[in-house]
Design a protein around this ligand. Structure first.
Ligand code: NAP
Length: 336
């Protein structure tokens, strides 16, 4: 059976996921496209999915009888309404991060999915599908004893003028927030943010770099450097220190070049290249589960917890140096 997919939002990531479904993965095809800007949907149709129907309204795409499952790739503020519509229609949906722009919105999705009684939503936290994080998790689970500390960094070469300080949490740290819960099988109890000396390359609206300190229920201390104007490349670092040893996230595969009396490894500059394989694996997982009428991988609950945790981190930015508690509600049995 070929899963018939509708894609809402045909900008950068919607186009890329459409390419993925049409040209990389087996078992699914894009039969419907919708975007606030119909010209964008028609351009993706022309380039990648000539047989797909273009809908003016995402709600009509979700309701279309020939659409089995939905990819929600529109702007973050639109996600909640589309995910709720997909759940109401009983259709599996893959929602790019964030699940919703508020914790209350994410909770409404969790409530709707729990009322439905089965998982339908996968959130686009693709790092859980990255081969390097898989290897790291395997070692953390089996070889270094109890994890005690995590030292991490999320560095981008530069960010545009519209990138402001809270986006370092909502758009950048959000991936660490999710992947460390999964890596450590733990939840956060507090957040604190401190700001080192500001880089002269950071524009006026963003405090950069910043250091986020998270504490987990098990007492693990995590420090994450966010440095979005680091100039030299896109660089994701993660080191887990355990009772018996220490494990590092592998570097992306790169040619080691010996030349001109130097030993060199290229560093990536574009985040899309760093996780390109994990996007393929996450959508393959979605297609497989959706074909069975359900969802797997990062859940609405994970999206909700990420929203609560990132709200606490933004509060910690605003109250620099203060420790902000993170309190989570009880997890519904659906997500055990
Ligand atoms: P983008 O290029 O701006 O594309 C978003 C598209 O959605 C635009 O074409 C936009 O149209 C359209 N849109 C806006 N409101 C809509 C609505 N109500 N219904 C249907 N379409 C609507 O943004 P993007 O970079 O692809 O990001 C999209 C989402 O994916 C964001 O939530 C982002 O955080 C997430 N994302 C995740 C990752 C990841 O690593 N997992 C990476 C990139 C992006 P207009 O331009 O006319 O407004």
């Amino acid at each position: 059976m070929t899963l018939k997919i509708g894609v809402i939002g045909t900008g950068m990531i919607g186009r890329d996921h459409t390419r993925r479904i049409q040209q990389v993965l087996a078992g699914a095809e894009v039969v419907a496209l919708s975007d606030y800007n119909p010209d964008a949907a028609r351009a993706v149709q022309a380039d990648l999915a000539p047989a797909a129907k273009v809908y003016e309204r995402g709600e009509d795409l979700i309701a279309a009888p020939d659409v089995d499952a939905v990819l929600i790739c529109s702007t973050g503020a639109t996600h909640e309404a589309y995910v709720l519509a997909a759940i109401a229609a009983g259709k599996p949906c893959f929602c790019e991060k964030p699940l919703a722009t508020t914790a209350e919105g994410a909770k409404r999705i969790v409530d709707a999915e729990v009322a439905h009684g089965a998982r339908l939503v996968q959130v686009g936290f693709m790092r859980r599908y990255d081969a390097g994080y898989w290897m790291l998790k395997d070692v953390v689970d089996s070889q270094i004893g109890a994890p005690l500390m995590v030292h991490a960094a999320h560095r981008n070469p530069a960010v545009p003028e519209q990138y402001v300080t809270p986006m370092a949490i909502h758009d950048t740290l959000i991936h660490e927030i999710d992947v460390f819960r999964w890596l450590l099988d733990d939840d956060y109890v507090s957040a604190q943010v401190v700001f080192p000396r500001k880089s002269r390359h950071a524009h006026g609206g963003v405090a950069d770099p910043q250091i986020v300190l998270l504490e987990t229920k098990k007492g693990i201390r995590i420090d994450v450097e966010i440095f979005v104007n680091c100039r030299y490349g896109y660089d994701i670092q993660c080191q887990v220190v355990g009772e018996e040893g220490l494990a590092n996230l592998p570097e992306p595969m790169a040619i080691t070049l010996r030349k001109d009396a130097r030993l060199q490894n290229a560093i990536l500059t574009d985040w899309k290249d760093r996780f390109v394989d994990s996007y393929d694996v996450e959508l393959a997982d979605f297609v497989q589960a959706a074909a069975r009428g359900t969802a797997s991988g990062p859940s609405s609950w994970d999206g909700y917890v990420a929203a609560i945790s990132s709200d606490a981190c933004v509060e910690a930015q605003e109250k620099t140096g203060q420790i902000i508690p993170i309190t989570l509600p009880d997890r519904p049995a659906l997500y055990d």
